[in-house]
Design a protein around this ligand. Structure first.
Ligand code: ADP
Length: 411
């Protein structure tokens, strides 16, 4: 006795309450029960499916595949083995195909094997899945496009940042240069004022006093003040010459005149002039055995260099100190060493000593412009020579100068 064929009420009672379509298939693969949901899902009238092959609900092309799933259950209906959520295609009464998900559960009643098939119409879900898939694809494409756009923007931004940093650096450099230039201008003006003020007031005082010494017996006093005036004018003239030298050096206008000349001439002249400026007890030692030495150089520049260095040595040394000028005639060059026992150069200032207008902190009470060494270095660079020094504060300094000489004769 076949339960489903005999009393379909039990099935109805149970199956109408669920939302899925439910069919029961017997071992002959005939549909023995189908609920309302299956009928409306597949487009059949009530009881129209009963007695039909279960495969009626499936398109022909899927029959073999489905048979493979179903057959094992009929062979062994009590196995309790279920197939869940099988995604296949259903076929409506009007032959329209649609996606379904089926779960198969074998069971047996009174020795008869059946298959309970739960069917879900997946049309709506698949449509939504398809829509979501479409949306995702579009979104991915958009993201790709945006990513490329973003990458371009980031690259542009990086370029822009680089450009701005460069511009900022340029502006900073320009500002820095302008500030330096302003500082130089201020320094220059204050040094010119200082350096000119003292000699000018000396000249003024001497001129006034000369005016007062009207008698013949005052000639000595007049001479003394005339000497002062001459000295100060020479000093001012030297400063102005230094400024003119700077300008010529800067514009590359300096013309050098290389000649052969006896070294002793220059040394004697420079030492003679420096002797006039010595402080009390100071004395200069210099080589006496160089009468026959002739060198090939710019005589004026050699004289200017030595007088600058000797002048500094006296200016920055105390009374009763010794200044030593040494000369070495080597192959292709002449080396001068000017050694003093003076105040020296503080270590922290040493690296700036050749900078224009730079003066070390321990000389600020002495007169000076801070341009002598700068000019000397400029000339030496132009002539292929060099200048360097060693100095210790309160002990003394040694300035060394090397001039290249093409031709020379030794004693
Ligand atoms: P000035 O002597 O007019 O200041 P220079 O260019 O000749 O300018 O020298 C620059 C600076 O170098 C000096 O102001 C001084 O600080 C330092 N200097 C140069 N020669 C000596 C020296 N022999 N002893 C100590 N300091 C020196």
């Amino acid at each position: 006795m076949r339960v489903f064929e005999k009393n379909s009420n039990i099935f109805k009672l149970l199956s109408e309450a669920v939302s899925e379509g439910v069919v029961v298939v017997n071992q002959e693969q005939l549909i023995v029960a189908a609920n309302k949901q299956v009928n409306s899902m597949f487009g059949y009238e009530k009881d129209e499916l009963l007695g039909n092959l279960a495969l009626t609900l499936i398109p022909e092309t899927f029959h073999t595949k489905l048979n493979r799933h179903i057959q094992p259950y009929f062979k062994n209906p009590d196995s309790g083995k279920m197939v869940k959520n099988l995604n296949i295609t259903g076929k409506r009464n009007n032959n329209v195909e649609f996606p379904v998900e089926v779960s198969l559960t074998p069971f047996s009643i009174y020795g008869n094997g059946y298959l309970l098939v739960l069917i879900n119409d997946m049309t709506y879900l698949r449509e939504k899945e398809h829509e979501i898939h479409e949306l995702n694809t579009r979104l991915e494409q958009k993201i790709k496009v945006r990513t490329v756009e973003l990458r371009d923007t980031v690259a542009e931004l990086k370029k822009e940042i680089k450009r701005r940093i460069q511009a900022e650096t340029q502006i900073k450099n320009a500002l820095h240069k302008e500030r330096e230039l302003n500082e130089l201008k201020t320094k220059f003006l204050s040094l010119v004022s200082h350096e000119f003020k003292t000699p000018l007031s000396g000249i003024l005082t001497s001129a006034i006093l000369i005016g007062k010494y009207t008698k013949t017996e005052h000639q000595d006093k007049r001479n003394k003040h005339l000497k002062t005036i001459l000295g100060e004018v020479r000093h001012l003239n030297n400063i102005l010459n230094d400024f003119l030298s700077i300008e010529r050096l800067e514009k590359g206008k300096e013309v050098y005149n290389l000649t052969d000349f006896p070294l002793s001439n220059v040394i004697n002249e420079v030492v003679y002039n420096t002797n006039m400026l010595l402080k009390s007890g100071q004395h200069i030692t210099y080589p006496q055995n160089i009468d026959d030495v002739v060198i090939h150089q710019d005589k004026k520049i050699v004289a200017l260099t030595l007088s600058n260095l000797l002048h500094n040595a006296t200016k920055y040394s105390l009374e009763d100190s010794k200044i030593d000028l040494q000369v070495d005639i080597l192959k292709g060059k002449v080396v001068f060493r000017i050694k003093d026992e003076g105040i020296g150069i503080p270590e922290k200032d040493q690296k700036h000593i050749f900078e224009r207008y730079f003066r070390a902190e321990n000389v600020l009470l002495n007169h000076g412009t801070g341009i002598g060494l700068n000019i000397v270095k400029g000339h030496l660079e132009n002539l292929g020579g060099s200048i360097y020094f060693k100095s210790e504060e309160n002990k003394g300094s040694i300035f060394t100068v090397e001039f290249p000489t093409k031709k020379l004769t030794s004693p």
